[in-house]
Write a protein that binds this ligand. Structure first.
Ligand SMILES: NC(=O)c1ccc[n+]([C@@H]2O[C@H](COP(=O)([O-])OP(=O)(O)OC[C@H]3O[C@@H](n4cnc5c(N)ncnc54)[C@H](OP(=O)(O)O)[C@@H]3O)[C@@H](O)[C@H]2O)c1
Length: 335
């Protein structure tokens, strides 16, 4: 946890009005429920149609607005009552270059200004641990907003989680169906401490009342030891009662694809995002989702904070018996 200078801590009282952007996402949905369960009155910003797809949000106050549209956001009327704090779980659903800047930077910036106009004292941001080693557009966009937030004068909690459970579930159905587990290299190039959406939502909601979480950048992983992709595969094979079988893919696959796609995108601009997706793939195949030691430049599993009680093993058991409901990867299968 990195402490930064900022305004003094004031716990947000129960019953306070809380602004939430990104309430229809994987983390945002659970966070909305968690805040309501804690007695906060949640004000959700949704884009057109989202409210209908997410009936569980109906008890909250909802406003339909394009969060990427600065003019629309600056004239949005949230009523006479102030908001005490704001949360953003907004994220580009594609990770494409333009969308990342539109959502991870501009939309967040619009939400922060709206929150400040309505009297918010603090802002809790869902970011990502991977921004500590930025190479991708969405990471640069997130970092640009983190800086704006730190300099905003609002009390801030920048939550940088490691890997979500859903991101490690893509091969469960394949293993159950008898396929091998695919890894990059020997499967030990990276590691992470995966965290469940419930544990992360608890951690984020606690930012309203825990003084140590104010004016801080908060890397956070789930409970237990860090796991490599090979260990994740071994765990799945054990739960399925099968002998582990791995398919090893060389990282050099990306080193061929990225320059080819980047070169072609100069002729066909629409291929630009394909090159970015290949860069995202390479990043996650070769970088750990753990705290980076700035002195050694190495990832440090022991220094990565653990939080919560939900384990990947229990999650895999549940997906094997009940399927992926609620854990769909959506358009961004890579992150
Ligand atoms: N996956 C991982 O393992 C992992 C690990 C650590 C950190 N993270 C970070 O967590 C974030 C992703 O969280 P998540 O999986 O909960 O996200 P998600 O399910 O993709 O949800 C994204 C949210 O942003 C909204 N949104 C996206 N584009 C929008 C637009 N143009 N206008 C209005 N709303 C828009 C979505 O609304 P709609 O429902 O209307 O689309 C949704 O509410 C990313 O920042 C990622 O870097 C991910």
């Amino acid at each position: 946890m990195t402490e930064q200078p900022g305004p003094a801590f004031e716990p947000t009282p129960p019953g306070a009005r809380i602004l939430l952007a990104g309430a229809t996402g994987y983390i945002g949905k659970v966070l909305a429920r968690e805040l309501v369960a804690r007695g906060f009155r949640v004000v959700c910003l949704l884009r057109d149609g989202a409210a209908l797809r997410n009936a569980e949000l109906l008890p909250s106050e909802t406003h339909i607005v394009n969060v990427c549209d600065s003019a629309a956001m600056s004239t949005l009327n949230l009523g006479d009552e102030p908001v005490a704090a704001a949360f953003s779980c907004l994220a580009s659903r594609s990770g494409g270059v333009e969308d990342a800047w539109a959502v991870d930077h501009r939309a967040n910036s619009n939400v922060m200004k709206l929150a400040r106009n309505y009297g918010a004292q603090s802002f809790v941001l869902l970011s990502a641990i991977c921004v500590q080693k930025p190479k991708l557009s969405f990471q640069h966009a997130k970092l640009a907003f983190e800086q704006e937030l730190i300099q905003s004068g609002l009390a801030y909690s920048i939550v940088r989680p490691t890997a979500f459970f859903k991101s490690l579930a893509g091969q469960v159905a394949g293993i159950a169906a008898g396929k091998p587990f695919t890894v990059f290299g020997d499967g030990n190039l990276t590691a992470c401490k995966p965290i469940s959406e419930n544990d992360l939502a608890h951690f984020m909601a606690d930012c309203l009342t825990e003084s140590s979480r104010h004016n801080a950048i908060l890397p956070v992983g789930g409970p237990g030891e860090a796991l490599t992709p090979r260990q994740q595969g071994e765990l799945l094979f054990r739960l399925c009662g099968r002998t582990p079988r791995f398919r090893q893919v060389p990282l050099s696959l990306f080193d061929v694809a990225i320059p080819v796609l980047a070169g072609l995108s100069r002729l066909v601009p629409s291929l630009g995002d394909k090159a970015e997706f290949a860069r995202i793939g390479r990043y996650y195949a070769s970088e750990s989702m753990l705290l980076l030691n700035p002195v050694t430049g190495e990832y440090d599993a022991d220094a990565t904070p653990s939080w919560g009680t939900d384990t990947l093993e229990d999650f895999y058991r549940r997906v094997l018996t009940q399927g992926m409901a609620g854990q769909e990867l959506g358009p961004h299968k890579l992150f």
